[in-house]
Design a binder for this molecule. Structure first.
Ligand SMILES: [Zn+2]
Ligand SMILES: [Zn+2]
Length: 346
């Protein structure tokens, strides 16, 4: 079977490797769709982790079970599955409190070297992934592309659970990549009106298909003035920084209203995680600045349901599909910032 190995910065080798068999307690998934995530792109640019010759990326996957190992009773060959990457330990302080996304030993399919990912024809999910990972059956009439979109939808849904986004809120979304657009969709479905801020012209144009209240180019327009205008001078209820840019976090604190919430959703580059925030505004305005990372496993089931019911429109979010043998083009397209979701399909 063909498997994509990341062997260096922007270098992927498609190798033919022996067909896998299901280990005891595990399964083999025939991968039908796997999305390319912002985190996959970052690792593609950096190359595999030090000391690892080749890593198989891909964690936004969906497919059909080909084979089940000894002792597997919850799944059968022919089942349609969607998966997400997190595998928690089940033992640490956070796991014992059900906060699995904060697990101290969190590992990820398609990231942690000993858990190869889904940019391959087949994916082995070992027993520990079936037990402590995020695996859900898909509705039969759902497409695999829709199934693969469940994973990136999850962290967005979890974020809006935490912020309590609701009717009449004004939400500013910084960044109109695939995740920013998902924030726009989810916030609007909860009854909020959304202002999108995005410097890239192609992405601003792509964001139009979700019909937010306003789309602002922060390089040529005054975002703060626009937010004041839309909110009668009050400021945004919620600002979501869905991009890896420190200045947007600084600006978020300036445009949020008193008692409003700023969500640091996109991680900053590991080498420069420091940022300056107006602490007096946070103090006197009782502003909440919160982090958001990953999600509880049950969110994945919710995402599948929302995509199935078209609350989250996969057809508008997935702009490009490529075969596994076009893997370089898939990554290059995703990296060019001209696409929303790029999915590798079979
Ligand atoms: Zn992802
Ligand atoms: Zn844990």
């Amino acid at each position: 079977m063909k498997t994509a190995y990341l062997t260096g910065p922007k270098r992927i080798e498609l190798r033919d490797v022996p067909e896998p068999h299901a280990p005891a307690g595990g399964i083999v998934l025939d991968v039908k769709a796997c999305g390319i995530c912002g985190s996959d792109l970052r690792r593609w640019k950096e190359g595999p982790p030090k000391g690892v010759a080749g890593a198989v990326p891909g964690h936004e996957a969906a497919g059909i079970i080909l084979e089940v190992g000894k002792g597997v009773t919850a799944y059968a060959p022919g089942d349609y599955l969607a998966i997400a990457p997190d595998v928690h330990c089940g033992r640490c302080y956070y796991c014992q409190r059900g906060l699995y996304n904060l697990c101290n030993e969190l590992r990820f399919v398609g990231v942690t070297p000993e858990l190869p990912g889904a940019l391959a024809e087949r994916l082995v999910l070992a027993e520990e992934v079936l037990v402590n990972g995020i695996v859900h059956l898909m509705p039969r009439e759902m497409s695999f592309i829709e199934g693969s979109l469940a994973e990136p939808s999850c962290s967005v849904l979890a974020c809006h659970h935490r912020t309590g986004t609701g009717l009449g809120d004004t939400v500013v979304v910084m960044g109109a990549g695939p995740i920013g657009c998902l924030h726009t969709v989810v916030a609007q479905s909860l009854g909020a009106s959304v202002i999108v801020s995005e410097p890239n012209v192609t992405r601003r144009r792509l964001a139009e298909r979700f019909a937010p209240q306003a789309i602002v180019d922060p390089t040529s327009e005054d975002l703060a003035a626009r937010v004041r205008e839309v909110t009668g001078g009050v400021g945004a209820d919620i600002v979501i920084c869905a991009n890896p840019v420190a200045q947007t976090q600084t600006q978020a604190v300036e445009i949020v209203r008193k008692r409003g919430k700023v969500v640091l959703f996109g991680g900053l580059p590991k080498t420069s995680p420091m940022v300056t925030l107006d602490s007096n505004r946070i103090h006197y305005g009782e502003i909440e600045v919160v982090g958001a990372f990953s999600y509880h496993p049950t969110t994945h089931e919710l995402a599948l349901d929302l995509i199935h019911r078209k609350v989250i429109p996969a057809d508008l979010l997935v702009t490009h599909t490529f075969g596994l043998n076009e893997i370089d083009r898939a990554f290059e397209t995703a990296a060019a910032g001209e696409a929303l979701k790029v999915v590798v399909t079979r």
